[in-house]
Ligand binder design. Sequence first.
Ligand SMILES: C[S@@+](CC[C@H](N)C(=O)[O-])C[C@H]1O[C@@H](n2cnc3c(N)ncnc32)[C@H](O)[C@@H]1O
Length: 312
Amino acid sequence: MQPYSTLNASKANFDNIYDQPDPRGYFSVLGALDYMIPDVAEPIIRQILRARERRSGTPPTVLDLGCSYGINAALHRFPLSFRRLRLRYGNPDMAAVEPEQLAQLDRSYYGSWPQIGGARFIGLDISAPAVRYAVSVGLLEAGVIANLESEALRREDRQVLREVDVVLSTGCVGYVSERTFAAVLDAVERPPWVVSFVLRMFPYDAIAALLAERGLVTEKLAGATFVQRRFRDLTEFGSCLATLEKLGIDTGGLEAEGRFQAELFVSRPRADAAALPLGRMVTVVSGRNRTVGTRYVRVGRGADAQVLRVPS
Ligand SMILES: C[S@@+](CC[C@H](N)C(=O)[O-])C[C@H]1O[C@@H](n2cnc3c(N)ncnc32)[C@H](O)[C@@H]1O
C-alpha cells in the first residue's frame, strides 16, 4: 500500500494557513473552497458522544486529533457552524485587529454562547500557534503540540491524554497514520472510542488493524459519505481522481462531481459495538446545513431544557 505521504502529494498544500497565530487565514482560504467537514460531521459527532455518555454515565473527554484552531470543540459546545465562524473571521473590520486582540475578543465571543454540548475537549496538533490559540480562547481545556509521526509523546503530554474517552478527527488522517494513533492509545488509560472522518483516498486498513490489536472493533458507516470541500483547481481535481481510481475507488457521482468525500469509521471495544452497532447509533440527516432562516434549538433535557432562537 502507498504511504499517506505519497497519496497526500495529489492534494493541494495548505501548511501555511495551519500555522498562523489566529484562524483568519484558515477560514478565509478553506472557507473559499466550501470546507464543511466540521459542519457535516457535527450532528454525527453529537449522536456518538451522546451514545458514549449513555454507555458510561458521564460526559466524555474528547481528544480532537489535528484540532487546529479548536473548530470541532466550538461546533459541539456552542450553537455555531463553520459557515457562521467564517463570516465572523472574514468581516473586513476584523482584518485590522492584531492577533492578541482577536484572541481577547474571541474569549468573550465564545464565552457568550450557551453550552449545547457537555463533552470536554482537549486537542492535539503539530501547529503550536493553532493549539495555543484554541486553548487561550477557551475552546480546548488543554492542548498537546506534537508530531507523533516522528517524535515520542512527552511525559507531561502523556498525563494530559490519560483521561481521554473518545479520539476524534476530521480532515487529519492522511497527515497522521497508525503511528500517531498507537502513541495516543499508549497514553490513554481506558480503551477509547475512535471516531475518524477520513477522505476516501486514504485507506484506513492499517489504522483499523492497529486498533484491532488494541482490542477495538472498527465499523464503517454504510451508505453515507461526507463532503470535505471542493477541489481547489483542475490540477488537484485531476490528480486526486487519478489517485482514487488507482486505488480502485469508483468516483462517479462523488469526487467526480468536484468535491472531496470522507467516510466515517468508528472503533470501539467489542461489547460496546455489539450493544449498539454504528448503523443504529447514527442517523444521517440530509439538508441540515441548507436552511437559511431562523431556527429554534432546544438546549438541555427534561426540566432544565431551554429553547434558543438561532439566527442564520
Ligand atoms: C485540514 S486540517 C483539519 C483541522 C480540523 N480538524 C478541521 O477539520 O477543521 C489538518 C490539521 O492537521 C494538522 N496536522 C498536520 N500534520 C499533523 C501531525 N503530524 N500531527 C498532528 N496534527 C497534524 C494540521 O496542523 C491541521 O491543523
